[in-house]
Write a protein of this length. Structure first.
Length: 399
């Protein structure tokens, strides 16, 4: 190897030569277990538990790029190889397939194997691979540690062409590993809660109680799960847009200046961890369960010409619609509030007008006060009070 070669690669080549690996031979790392044994082993492996997290953070980015994503165990066995079918077909030509072993001891210098050998994240570019058939590829990999013991349990790797040779590829893998290790730590506590993964096809979202957002899975299911405000916002937005939202759309609906796409994917991954991996699909993000919500109940009450007084009370007492600063939630709230106001004024029912003008949202609504004055009969004792409020608002707003 020339002196310009990085020391980590040069040392790996030296170890590969000492082991007698033939650099000109194809990669032949046969699976030393039956298909049934491999399936059982893979499903029980701890890195499989965080596969949905990795998928959420990375699969959207590698779609149509010719890159594959791989998860290995601690000996370099490829447990999962994912990506577009054409990319996986190309990778199969070098035996980069599920079940094959890509340790340095078996294949020679490669990113998954080198990450396991050194315990560090690493990038191997083209000719740096020891095996000649692999030298048209580049890969970036980082080890995943068990948060309890600190031991390496496997590797996350991306393998492809020139795009994987760029520095950002290794940075992306490192950031995903950091999220995965945090998720593994959380799962050590949460996985025992079987109700989290209830497979019912219906769910209920409640967000209008003060500072309390809850998810309940299954019809008549007991209890439920408390949600963070961000998770409640995401679920309500996905219910409001059943056709789905991509990462960028969801990011812009969660904050005025947007949210980093990596943060969005991380939040989706946590939701899948907490509620079940089958709740939200990707590309675009969309709900896969039938979801009802108390916000949806309000919309139905308005649309079906139900009693508006409970609706006015509901939107006046707080909950996510009032507490959230997310632009997408604010827009939903403004739509509901305007729909209520339009019905209140158009129908002109005195009890409803009273409820609206007494609420936090209607107390300064000059049009509603004038409508109420018009609907009260001449001589009604409240006409004087209503007229006084109209004069006050006229002076206050210069109308």
């Amino acid at each position: 190897m020339p002196e310009t070669v990085r020391s980590v690669v040069r040392d790996s080549w030296a170890r590969s030569l000492e082991r007698g690996i033939d650099p000109g031979a194809g990669v032949d790392s046969s699976l030393a277990m039956t298909d049934e044994e491999f399936a059982r082993y893979r499903e029980a492996h701890p890195i499989t538990a965080v596969r949905p997290v990795v998928q959420s953070l990375m699969l959207d980015d590698i779609a149509d790029s010719g890159v594959v994503l791989a998860l290995t165990d601690n000996v370099g066995r490829l447990l999962w190889v994912e990506g577009e079918s054409s990319a996986r077909d190309r990778a199969s030509h070098i035996n980069f397939v599920e079940g094959s072993v890509w340790s340095e001891e078996v294949v020679g210098t490669n990113a998954p194997g080198l990450a396991l050998a050194t315990g560090k994240s690493v990038q191997v570019v083209g000719p740096e691979h020891f095996s000649s058939p692999v030298q048209e590829w580049s890969c970036a990999a980082a080890p995943v540690h068990d948060p309890a013991t600190g031991h390496v349990i496997g590797v996350i790797d991306v393998t492809g062409g020139r795009e994987v040779a760029a520095p950002f590829a290794l940075a992306a893998v490192r950031s995903v590993v950091a999220v995965v290790e945090r998720e593994l730590k959380a799962r050590a506590v949460d996985l025992s809660q079987s109700s989290t993964f209830d497979t019912g096809s219906r769910a209920r979202l409640t967000v209008l109680a003060d500072n309390s957002y809850r998810w309940q899975r299954g019809v008549g299911a007991p209890g439920g799960r408390a949600l963070s405000r961000r998770h409640a916002e995401i679920l309500l937005l996905l219910q409001h847009y059943p056709e789905g939202l991509n990462t960028e759309q969801l990011a812009l609906m969660l904050a005025d200046d947007g949210v980093d796409p990596v943060t969005v994917r991380a939040e989706i991954s946590r939701l899948r961890r907490d509620l079940g991996t089958d709740v939200i699909e990707s590309r675009p993000y969309r709900l896969t369960v039938e979801l009802s919500s108390d916000v949806g109940d309000l919309r139905n009450q308005i649309a079906n010409h139900g009693d508006l007084v409970p609706v006015i009370e509901a939107i006046g007492r707080g909950g996510l619609l009032v507490e959230s600063n997310a632009p997408g939630i604010t827009e939903i709230f403004e739509e509901i509030r305007e729909d209520v106001r339009s019905r209140v004024i158009a129908e002109g029912q005195v009890p409803v007008l009273r409820a609206w003008t007494s609420s936090v949202h209607g107390r300064d609504d000059l049009v509603a006060w004038r409508r109420l004055e018009h609907r009260l009969p001449v001589g009604h004792p409240d006409r004087a009070l209503v007229g006084g409020r109209i004069r006050l608002l006229d002076r206050r707003y210069g109308v």
